[in-house]
Design a protein around this ligand. Structure first.
Ligand SMILES: [Zn+2]
Length: 130
């Protein structure tokens, strides 16, 4: 198995950087970036296929329709949740006459929690199965 990929942006070789220059003398070219897929930081991520953000987003923009067609979304998805509002005592500072005073007030905390039990699995798009 090869331990590298060529950057998948079809225009990667048109970007003028020193890192893309190959060849010698009058036979120089700009070449698509070779990506080492053995690096730990990009293992099994999108960075196995794109050399940087610019190339990734150039690819996504150029092939946006094909990318959208891989997994069409024709209706919104919904996640059942429970919204809980709880009151708690907090403080704010009031400034007057060049002095600040710490004043208590009733604050509200909003907590969103899942109704079903498989939160950790559905939380990541990777595990969606609908
Ligand atoms: Zn690239």
């Amino acid at each position: 198995m090869s331990n590298y990929n060529w950057c998948h942006n079809p225009d990667c070789h048109k970007i003028e950087t020193q890192s893309r220059v190959r060849g010698s003398g009058d036979n120089k070219v700009l070449r698509t970036i070779k990506i080492n897929t053995n690096r730990q930081w990009n293992k099994d991520t999108i960075w196995d296929y794109f050399c940087n953000n610019n190339c990734l987003f150039s690819f996504l923009n150029k092939f946006r329709q094909e990318v959208a067609n891989i997994r069409p979304v024709n209706k919104p998805s919904e996640t059942p949740i429970k919204v809980e509002k709880t009151k708690y005592e907090s403080y704010q500072y009031r400034y007057s006459n060049g002095e600040s005073r710490r004043v208590p007030y009733q604050a509200t905390r909003t907590t969103i929690s899942r109704v079903d039990n498989d939160w950790p699995f559905l939380y990541s798009p990777r595990y969606e199965n609908n």
